[in-house]
Design a protein around this ligand. Structure first.
Ligand code: NAI
Length: 267
């Protein structure tokens, strides 16, 4: 690993207390980035920060509910106070709760769209304001949004989630156009099936709504039937692309959503 690949990059990662966000935070720090680890779960953030520091990296932990503008502003400010500037914003926080089509409720729709859609937009806006204030001569700055294979298709048991991830695709596309003159690029990546606590919970919920008979079946069946590579993934499969998008290697890219799904969308 190149320990200087992300040197000079001050990053804010939302939803980074566990799962893919935590793995990316550690990977960024190991490559020289300074990382603000932000999440509703402060204790989880502190554990991630401890691991980063044990490995010689630099990081801070911040409480953040991505649906609150005030908290988003405060997280951006905390990053700047600690590291001097913000160069990379990774909008990773996301939730899911499956329901069959006729059972979708207003609460289910609003919760998912609020965190995955509005939370992403707020992160983009507050990061962009800070980046614009820092001056385009100090860029390029990077906003990275986390989409999904469900940014390109929809499953019948997770329609609000699929809508929210299509919204992420739209924000990448529109955001790239809105921010290009400020030397800010907007890109994203879309995982497929990643073994994290989100999927462990989804797996249980899919059994509860009768979509699958037993736990573990959803991941195994998706791997068998839908993933060209015939295996689901782990956060370690995602971190390389996340680093590429934060690094200067991707400076000439904007408006792109890269799939990291073992070939699901292709299939
Ligand atoms: P996870 O559930 O393991 O971690 C998500 C983190 O977001 C948690 O630490 C949680 O506390 C935090 N969070 C939830 N609501 C929040 C809020 N309002 N404000 C701040 N933080 C909040 O999930 P995972 O699997 O690591 O997912 C990360 C991202 O990747 C999400 O955007 C998810 O939609 C996306 N993704 C995940 C896939 C998977 O198979 N696990 C597949 C495709 C996309």
């Amino acid at each position: 690993m190149d320990k200087t690949r992300l040197k000079g990059k001050n990053c804010l990662i939302t939803g980074a207390a566990r799962g893919i966000g935590a793995a990316v935070a550690e990977h960024y720090a190991a490559q020289g980035a300074k990382v603000c680890v932000a999440d509703i779960n402060l204790e989880g953030c502190q554990e991630v920060v401890s691991r980063i520091k044990e490995n010689g990296g630099e990081a801070i932990a911040v409480t953040l509910d991505v649906t609150s503008r005030e908290q988003m502003k405060a997280a951006v400010q905390a990053t700047v106070d600690a590291f001097g500037s913000l160069n990379v914003m990774l909008n990773n926080a996301g939730i899911n709760k499956p329901l069959m089509f006729l059972d979708i409720t207003e609460e289910n729709w609003r919760q998912i769209m609020d965190v995955n859609g509005w939370g992403c937009l707020l992160g983009m806006q507050e990061a962009a304001k800070q980046m614009i204030a820092q001056g385009k001569e100090n860029g390029p700055y990077k906003i990275i949004n986390v989409g999904s294979i469900l940014s390109r298709q929809a499953f019948d048991d997770v329609i609000p989630y699929s809508c929210s991830k299509h919204a992420v695709q739209a924000m990448i596309n529109g955001g790239a156009k809105a921010l290009v003159d400020h030397n800010i690029t907007v890109n994203g990546y879309g995982p497929g099936v990643v073994r994290t606590e989100l999927w462990e919970q989804l797996d249980k919920d899919l059994v509860a709504i009768g979509k699958f008979e037993k736990q573990g079946q959803s991941m195994d069946e998706l791997a068998e039937k839908m993933i060209l590579m015939k295996r689901y993934s782990y956060p370690e499969d995602i971190v390389g692309t996340a680093s590429f998008l934060a690094s200067s290697e991707s400076d000439y890219m904007t408006g792109q959503l890269l799939m990291i799904d073992g070939g699901i969308v292709l299939q």
